[in-house]
Design a protein around this ligand. Sequence first.
Ligand SMILES: Cc1cc2nc3c(=O)[nH]c(=O)nc-3n(C[C@H](O)[C@H](O)[C@H](O)COP(=O)(O)OP(=O)(O)OC[C@H]3O[C@@H](n4cnc5c(N)ncnc54)[C@H](O)[C@@H]3O)c2cc1C
Length: 547
Amino acid sequence: MSDRVFDAVVIGGGHHGTIIAPYLAKAGLKVGVFELLDHLGGSCVTELGPAPGFKMNFCAQFTRLYGHPVYKEFNLRDEGLQYAFPDTNEAIIFDDETAYVSYAAFPVVNKETGATQYSEENVKRTYDSIAQFSKADAERYLELTQIYRDLWKPAFTRYRYSPPPPYGTPDALEELMLNPKSGLDPTMQFMTCKQIAHYFFESDAMRILTLRGFMTSFGIFPDAVPGLGAIIPTIHLTLGWETAAVAKGASGALTDALVSAGKKIGVEYFVNADVAKVLVENGRATGIQLADGTQVTAKQMVVADVGTYQLFERMLGQKYQTQEMKRRLASLSFDMGNVWWGAIAVHELPDYKVAKQYGPDINATPRTYFAPKDLEYFEKRYTHELYLLGISSKSFNLSAPDTLWDPSRAPEGKHLVTFEDYTCPVSWFSRKEWRQMAEQYFDSLMEQWKTYAPNMTRDNIIGYRVITPVDLQDTHPDMRDGNWGEGNMCAVQAGRFRGLPGGYRTHIKDLYMCSSAVFGGGGIARGSSYNCYQIIAEDHKLRKPVF
Ligand SMILES: Cc1cc2nc3c(=O)[nH]c(=O)nc-3n(C[C@H](O)[C@H](O)[C@H](O)COP(=O)(O)OP(=O)(O)OC[C@H]3O[C@@H](n4cnc5c(N)ncnc54)[C@H](O)[C@@H]3O)c2cc1C
């Protein structure tokens, strides 16, 4: 690759790099995206496997990009990103053969725009499902659904897609907390996940689901303090308010659509390009240098879709670190959000015993957990077992039978089911131990799965792949210790506190950060890159994005 000149250089062609690039190009800039790996998408990719003829998600699985402003702004549906919207939302099946299924209170009514509409019928169905565990929780669901519609949803959308204001100026959720009708109060900023689960619900079933929801969405354990920004989406997940969407073609379809939109407006993408350095002159970012020595000029800005350590330690180095930054870097933590993850190619999808009593929807829910109904174990012993042994004795497994809605991921008549459980950071064990543990984990998973779904036997398996935190760290340099969020997503590393001081704007002029290491945080469709673009637009007088 010869030396090149761009207005804006984006480091990393991951989820947020591929979102911000078309925004910059639409503002009239010449944009170059430089990606380390031999493909774009970062943690938002489709891979072949786990058996011939199957396609799986190496990372992100549950995505709702149709709700992100980029979907509308760049007509991603026309670029090939199509979602299926199942009627069911989320299910949990307990070991005492009880189960809960939620149906979206606000199902998608327009597949083109993703517009939603309140559904009385679905609310009634979810209400009944909760009421079998607790009438009070079912009533709470009704009360919270109204609050969500009137207050939480608009405030949360504003919160997610706006750069956080400085400390002292309330953000959209802090404003909400001051409204007595919001059901939120200031103490909640400091409650643990456990306290939140106990505050909102009285039944063990709903508390377990809430605690598991904090892990699914934020990678955090019962004793962590989630902060306001994690409470609403977790209660939202527990109660299944919005449609769970399934991307046709798996998660790579999101990246493909974004890149297609970018190419149409002139974005240039380079793969196998390991960015080693950010070039700085007179305190201003002026370009990048690749590991092979190639230099690329950025006339106006460099935007990094990489993590905090890579950017500040590797690409800028000690010379540009203040003492305060060193202290901040030393205090960042990555010790939650480590998963056993993967996919199983099967002849038949799991057929849960409870389907006899609860009906077929339980087998056809895009997010299906199975779990022991043992709140005390979950709250008191589960994380200890994970940190000591890497594998919990009782699985709180999340799975997704996506081929029901997207048959393109498997050969005709066959299926794929994704799984997720939690574990500990990479550094707790040696590589050899992780390899052994992956097999032990899978054996334990299958032993437990068949007690819930008797057809989940070895005979049903065509192939499987277990992705460990080591695999994640090896392929994603910013997922330190295998942390999928690129840094714990608890209160102290969330909202305006995420990232080093400066957030999207770094202490180097014209050097910005747009990855999940800044607010938004880890997860597809979160606001990092959209918010970063708003900051850039302000600094460089560029057009405002569509909201
Ligand atoms: C196992 C797993 C499961 C997940 N499941 C979900 C899910 O179901 N739903 C959900 O919403 N989210 C999920 N996530 C989280 C989600 O995938 C990520 O939060 C999101 O993709 C992060 O986007 P990003 O742009 O910050 O990082 P990435 O997508 O990782 O992009 C960063 C890019 O920078 C590149 N890069 C790194 N270093 C360099 C360098 N030196 N030079 C050039 N390029 C470089 C990387 O190769 C990568 O392409 C999951 C993550 C994991 C790991």
